[in-house]
Design a protein around this ligand. Structure first.
Ligand SMILES: [Zn+2]
Length: 72
């Protein structure tokens, strides 16, 4: 599965984050298969992500400075 996060700020900036997928397979068995917001990369670097607690990620618009919290 592939996960994409589209973020549109109130100021009109819009960017897409492809969540980084990590899969660990050992001897044919899948032990981990997850996608991470914080390890992902925005296509145009219009936003930055910060993990400020284990279940909370802050997305900040580099254009106007507005922040939005996401919970996992
Ligand atoms: Zn903005």
């Amino acid at each position: 599965m592939e996960f994409k996060l589209t973020v549109t700020c109130d100021c009109g900036k819009r960017d897409e984050l492809i969540l980084k997928r990590t899969t660990n397979i050992y001897e044919g068995k899948v032990y981990e298969d997850f996608s991470s917001i914080t390890d992902g990369k925005f296509k145009e670097d219009l936003f930055i992500t910060q993990q400020n607690s284990p279940d909370e990620v802050v997305i900040e618009c580099t254009s106007c400075g507005k922040e939005h919290n996401l919970t996992t």
